[in-house]
Ligand binder design. Structure first.
Ligand code: 5GP
Ligand code: MN
Length: 326
């Protein structure tokens, strides 16, 4: 196994993990397969090292990730393991993304492992590197430093992380080395068919009723350079769907020819909009999201905004104009 980036200094992270007795692993709110896969891969590795490991996330695990081994051990809600001396946050660009106040971590060493360029370096130890296509790929590089070999459970978890964070190997973050790493994961037992089926072929039929309603409001602006789609709270209620069921809708918005910035807005609770932004080179959306209090990567980012749809649209539209001119 060849690491992706041999120049990364894992020393502080390795020392803290080796010294810890009890470790609390936490993913970000609305967890996706990258944060969960990273959490699970670390969970299996640290268990093998004989550590007492506790996994906890504020929000529930999405259905599409339920096939991953160990996932049933993740607890939800607001809590922190009192016994833990180290907390590891994976794939979370800011403390707010953990959904928990700093007070929960006060007497614990907080390790922040993440690949978002917008990361706020909120940990006691911060291993942030935006060259990685996924946080799961960072865990892949960490393993040899912990003297842990890939096994089928770890490989499956990391594979899910990379598959989804690269939009199925379609983004420019996917290098030849990423493909070599994926080959290694498959050799170690990652089941590609199982991952595809669980992640991309296990949707409820109602998701497509919701998609049909959303597609009706798909619209262009800025002479076709920007595209917009939204799902309001009433529509989620009417279809008995949740925000989780609209995961991936942004890909339809992005896929339109000539669109350089794609926006998907979902009203998770009345007047609270979660905004997904995607850019196509050379149009970046990372700074746009950051200036609205969110964050992410250059070409995939998000934030939360409050107000009626037209209020949020009006405001966002100006930011999009600005980003298109950059
Ligand atoms: P998505 O649109 O898939 O929810 O998110 C796209 C990217 O932006 C992900 O890498 C995600 O971590 C990041 N992101 C989305 N929403 C927020 C936010 O509110 N704050 C921060 N810091 N990052 C976000
Ligand atoms: Mn990620």
């Amino acid at each position: 196994m060849k690491v992706l980036f041999p120049d990364v200094d894992w020393h502080a992270v390795v020392e803290a993990l080796q010294q810890a007795q009890s470790i609390h692993l936490i993913a970000h709110v609305n967890p996706d397969a990258d944060t969960l896969g990273s959490q699970l891969a670390l969970y299996h590795a640290l268990n093998t090292m004989g550590k007492s490991v506790f996994m906890h996330n504020v929000d529930a695990t999405p259905r599409i990730c339920q096939y991953l081994s160990g996932i049933e051990n993740i607890q939800n809600g607001l809590q922190v393991n009192e016994e833990a001396d180290v907390v590891v946050a994976v794939d979370a660009g800011s403390l707010a993304r953990l959904g928990m106040d700093k007070v929960y971590f006060e007497d614990k060493k907080l390790i922040n492992i993440d690949h978002h360029a917008s990361n706020k370096h909120y940990g006691d130890i911060n291993l942030v590197d935006a060259r990685y296509c996924a946080t799961g790929a960072m865990i892949y590089d960490l393993l040899p430093h912990l003297n842990i070999a890939l096994d089928a459970d770890i490989a499956a978890a990391i594979y899910a992380a990379i598959l989804t964070d690269t939009a199925s190997f379609r983004l420019s973050s996917v290098t030849a080395d990423v493909h070599r790493m994926v080959a290694d994961l498959i050799d170690a037992g990652a089941d590609v068919g199982m991952a595809s089926q669980s992640i991309y072929q296990s949707h409820k039929k109602e998701r497509f009723d919701l998609l049909g309603l959303a597609l009706k409001n798909l619209a262009l602006s800025h002479h076709g350079q920007a595209a917009w789609m939204h799902v309001d709270y009433a529509t989620y209620e009417q279809t008995q769907m949740t925000a989780e069921d609209s995961e991936g809708f942004i890909d339809y918005v992005r896929s339109i020819d000539g669109v350089n910035i794609a926006v998907f807005l979902r009203e998770e609770s009345p007047y609270e909009w979660k905004i997904s932004l995607r850019g196509k080179a050379p149009c970046h959306v990372g700074e746009l999201a950051s200036s609205l209090g969110g964050g992410g990567h250059q070409y995939a980012a998000g934030c939360t905004m409050h107000g009626s749809y037209s209020e949020v649209y009006e405001k966002l539209q100006q930011y999009v104009s600005h980003a298109l001119k950059q």
